[in-house]
Design a protein around this ligand. Structure first.
Ligand code: 1CP
Length: 345
């Protein structure tokens, strides 16, 4: 699906390793999913978690946006809770809600649910990535995992939460339990990423989607060491992207977690993000997903602005500031890819 046969020489990997090509690479968080009619058609009658355990479905859903939009990377179709379900945690993805946990973590004994994960727990991941690497040719595949804080939030709250109140209360009120929980989640996330790299992923992204709910002090004390435990042992294998929403105050700390590329949401312009992050940084982002609903001239201007601001960093991977909203017209995404492809880095 790409001209160059070697994903290590793709625009994405080049940008992520400080060797930018002639134009910025572009992909979209949540590019595989509900904005695509072909995705909705394939998913009829199959639950989300079952889809994530079926290699043929994973392969096809991962390829759909690459074929349709000609994006510069595929993101592995899975979910951040897949490794938890794989080790036997009672968790489901409820349509219209998100991840829901049977027995939320409240006590030290609840940590027994969280044993370490290895490749044998997720054979469907290895199989699907093997298929994908063959199909994708020179187009890189991005593997991913949820970071300890974001996973912990679901496990402590029992499901999606706006204020993360139980999570923050546990973090401050039971710090030993908190650190025990995150240490186990770090092992699970790290090994889930390692399985994907071993199977052939060309880059990885650690999603700490909800880290922006924290102050810098809380992030540094309660979260950073655990995200480091995920990313640092994976140094030197493939580029590591680290992303969260609302993390303007946390960007420099997130880089310290061991990120080669820092994902930025739409709230901080990329030139300002590059300033906050310091020399030698590579950024990913950050078109406001809300603008996907706007008239094309508005989108055109905003895309060009993001590319322009991205030039302030040592490398830029074009993306949205968060995932593709399900109501997005997929043709708009295709058009954005064409526009980014016509713009020099
Ligand atoms: O039936 C469906 O289609 C369910 C919707 C859906 C999809 C398509 C969910 C439920 N997960 C996914 C796939 C998914 N999840 C991908 C691969 C697809 C791609 O990116 O192209 C990825 C990378 C994720 C990661 C994920 N899951 C994150 C981190 C990324 C982010 O958006 O911040 C998070 C926070 C989740 C939890 C989750 N899973 C699903 C939902 C609806 C949610 C969010 C719920 C909430 O608001 O807390």
């Amino acid at each position: 699906m790409s001209n160059s046969a070697d994903p290590a020489e793709s625009l994405l990997v080049r940008a992520a390793t400080g060797r930018p090509g002639p134009r910025p690479p572009v992909w979209f968080m949540r590019q595989a999913g509900r904005s695509l009619p072909e995705y909705r058609a394939l998913r009829v009658g199959t639950s989300m978690l079952e889809s994530c355990r079926t290699p043929d479905l994973i392969t096809e859903i991962t390829l759909q946006p690459v074929r349709r939009h000609k994006v510069d990377a595929a993101i592995f179709f899975s979910d951040i809770v897949v490794p938890l379900a794989a080790i036997g945690v009672g968790i489901d993805i409820v349509p219209g809600v998100g991840p829901v946990v049977e027995k939320p973590i409240r006590e030290t004994a609840d940590l027994d649910q969280l044993r370490a994960l290895d490749a044998d727990d997720v054979p469907y991941v290895t199989e699907a990535i093997g298929n994908l690497v063959g199909e994708l040719g020179g187009t890189p595949l991005i593997g991913f995992a949820g970071a300890p804080f974001t996973l912990a939030s679901y496990l402590v709250e029992g499901g999606p939460s706006k204020d993360h109140a139980r999570t923050k209360s546990l973090m401050h009120g039971r710090p030993e339990l908190w650190h025990g929980l995150c240490a186990r989640l770090a092992v699970i996330a790290r090994e889930f990423l390692r399985v994907q790299v071993d199977a052939g992923a060309s880059a990885i992204q650690l999603f700490d989607s909800w880290a922006g709910a924290l102050s810098l002090a809380d992030y540094e004390e309660f979260v950073l060491p655990h995200s480091q435990a995920v990313l640092e042992p994976l140094a030197g294998l493939v580029p590591r992207i680290h992303f969260g929403v609302g993390t303007g105050e946390l960007l420099a700390a997130m880089r310290c977690a061991g990120a080669d590329v820092v994902g930025v949401d739409w709230r901080v312009p990329l030139d300002e993000a590059a300033r906050r992050l310091g020399p030698g940084v590579i950024v990913q982002g950050n078109l406001d997903p809300a603008l996907l609903q706007a008239e094309w001239p508005v989108i055109d201007r905003a895309v060009r602005r993001v590319v322009e601001q991205g030039r302030a960093a040592d490398g830029h991977i074009f993306n949205l500031g968060h995932g593709v909203p399900p109501s997005t017209d997929p043709d708009v995404l295709t058009r954005i890819v064409e526009l980014v492809h016509s713009t020099p880095s």
